[in-house]
Design a protein around this ligand. Structure first.
Ligand code: DGY
Length: 320
């Protein structure tokens, strides 16, 4: 079986694939045009797919009828038409669990960075504007005992809730498609409606899977219903937020601030007005960027491909 891998990944997964006797197709260069990428896909039976530059949609599956399996090097699968893949009996593997701690660490980091105005203060140091002690300047807010609202309480949301509860004794509320009984039992989390989540969160952190119905869910009318001290955190997908409306909410101080590891589009333009604001911290989609998580993703994506090559079910699959 020939497996196309479109970018370099940690060696651990490559070794597993090679030891399993699979043939690896690697591109000559990593930044490919759509045509170049498609050319490689046409030669393969399976893809170990890194990044979401290209979409796996009906057109793709028609153009590459040989593709029998896709193993994503990500937990998110919003760039794959899962319904289309399922109709064609193509399993789409993904890599949950192994990145939950790393990604929730970034949400936790952003929450504190925004609460304590880290970007603003760091910029002052870089600009040579280190102020003398001023009792009234650059004041942040403490997170102790505040309410953390989780939108999408899956594995990453659970980790974020757990560390925020442990570190800051935060009260956890959440909104999800289903009740998360483990979170209710272990973290004392309370299920609330979306409206209650928006109105009562001091920090609202997005962790759901992104689907078309979520596009611009966090828009002007939602920001206007949030508390004025609220911090909006997004480490899931940039499509959740209407960035024009978020900008307005931040400028007009409708909310306290925002911490984003994901934007729409990515990369965010360096001229984007949001980047000029002092109540924002933006990171370049580094949620899973730890040695441990990326090794885990490499192993799990390889394991998914190997399972498929042996006629078995992938360990983690996005198909229903
Ligand atoms: C994921 O795993 O979905 C990360 O966001 C990387 O795309």
């Amino acid at each position: 079986m020939k497996v196309f891998i479109n970018k370099r990944i940690p060696e651990t997964g490559i070794t597993m694939l090679t030891e399993a006797g699979l043939e690896i197709i690697s591109p000559e260069k990593e930044n490919m045009s759509h045509e170049e990428w498609l050319g490689y896909c046409k030669k393969a039976d399976a893809i170990l797919s890194i990044g979401n530059d290209f979409k796996y949609d009906k057109k793709f599956f028609e153009a590459c009828p040989n593709i029998k399996a896709i193993a994503l090097y990500s937990v998110g699968f919003d760039h794959v038409d899962i319904r289309e893949a399922t109709q064609r009996h193509i399993p789409v593997g993904n890599t949950p669990d192994v990145l939950s701690r790393a990604t929730s660490d970034v949400a936790f980091l952003l929450m504190q960075a925004v609460a304590r105005r880290a970007s603003y203060n760091f910029q002052k140091v870089k600009d040579g504007n280190w102020d003398k002690f001023d009792p009234l300047h650059a004041l942040g807010q403490e997170l102790y005992g505040k309410t953390l609202g989780i939108f999408g309480l899956g594995r990453i949301g659970f980790e974020m809730a757990k560390k925020s509860g442990n570190a800051f004794d935060m009260n956890i509320i959440y909104h999800n498609r289903h009740h998360n009984e483990e979170a209710e039992r272990e973290l004392g989390a309370t299920y609330v409606s979306f409206e209650e989540l928006v109105a009562n969160s001091d920090v609202l952190s997005v962790h759901a899977n992104f689907t078309a119905e979520h596009k611009n869910l966090f828009n002007r009318s939602v920001f206007e219903k949030m508390k004025t001290n609220a911090i909006f955190i997004n480490t899931a997908r940039g499509g959740f937020q209407d960035e024009k409306d978020l900008y307005t909410a931040l400028v007009e101080e409708t909310i306290w601030g925002a911490g984003l590891d994901v934007t729409n589009p990515e990369p965010m333009s360096p001229d984007h007005p949001i980047l000029k604001l002092s109540n924002v911290c933006v990171l370049p989609h580094i949620g899973s960027a730890t040695i441990e998580a990326r090794n885990g993703m490499s192993r799990l994506a390889a394991e998914n491909i190997i399972a498929f090559s042996r006629g078995k079910k992938m360990r983690h699959c996005a198909n229903p």
